[in-house]
Design a protein around this ligand. Structure first.
Ligand SMILES: [Zn+2]
Length: 255
């Protein structure tokens, strides 16, 4: 059953080309996602990311919410034992301290679609975003991770299976559920290979000035797990690629 209830905030994933009508920024020149052409990227050496200890901790409690467009996951603050200042990182060539805001998944109606970014025109079955904000500068930095279908050689990432199991029960707008996650297991940032460019939020209002970090390692997930989301929550949750225009994409390859 598709997501029930009606969003009256003037946008959906059926007609992304109509977003600029209500959200002018969506028609800008520095929009996301984009198709990254690795041979056109510029090599750069970035400092290492340094994450706070809570990123490596089991049992951190999060709240999943069906917001009508995706199932976003925020830190549960009501326990009084944890708050967003516990989850932060520095480094990676960014200035200052960035705090965790939310993470969520983008997917498509089948395994051929679902990622927002593409690599040389290649799409992936899903893409995860981890949104962080520097509360001093108000800058937003997003980490993106691609998924691959788990098979005999690659076992499914069990943290992401927890996400799909719980999120697929949130079939109505504003449905919520709590679940514990280990962010380090979700993010797989051990690989230091990533791309960096300046873009936008991929959902309205599509605000620009967002710092994107696209990791090239792929997270294994089972097709059945994605089907749970497709069948119970929403069929597709991704914006198509936007013109890169004259932007430069950097790469932090370890060679
Ligand atoms: Zn996103």
């Amino acid at each position: 059953m598709p997501c029930t209830g009606k969003c009256d905030d003037h946008w959906n994933y059926d007609h992304p080309s109509k977003w600029p009508k209500h959200f002018p920024a969506a028609g800008g020149l520095c929009q996301s996602p984009i198709d990254i052409k690795p041979h056109k990227t510029v090599a750069q050496s970035y400092s290492q990311f340094v994450f706070s200890p809570k990123y490596y901790t089991d049992g951190v409690l999060f709240t999943l919410t069906n917001n009508g467009h995706q199932v976003a996951v925020t830190l549960t603050e009501s326990t009084g034992k944890q708050n967003h200042t516990d989850l932060s990182f520095t480094g990676g060539g960014l200035t200052g301290t960035f705090h965790f805001v939310n993470f969520h998944l983008h997917w498509g109606k089948n395994d051929r679609h679902g990622s927002e970014h593409e690599i040389d025109g290649k799409t992936f079955p899903a893409e995860a975003h981890f949104v962080h904000r520097n509360y001093e500068t108000d800058q937003v930095a997003v980490f993106a991770f691609f998924f691959t279908i788990a098979g005999q050689s690659k076992n499914e990432n069990t943290e992401w299976k927890k996400y799909t199991d719980v999120a697929s029960q949130l079939i109505k707008i504003n449905d919520t559920a709590n679940c514990t996650f280990n962010l380090n297991h979700l993010m797989q940032t051990d690989s230091r290979q990533f791309f960096r460019y300046m873009g936008s939020l991929t959902t309205p209002p599509c605000t620009e000035g967002i710092i994107w970090t696209i990791f090239s390692s792929e997270i294994p997930i089972k097709e059945e797990s994605l089907n749970l989301l497709r069948d119970n929550v929403m069929r597709k949750v991704y914006r198509p690629v936007q013109p890169i225009n004259d932007r430069i994409v950097f790469r932090n390859y370890q060679t």
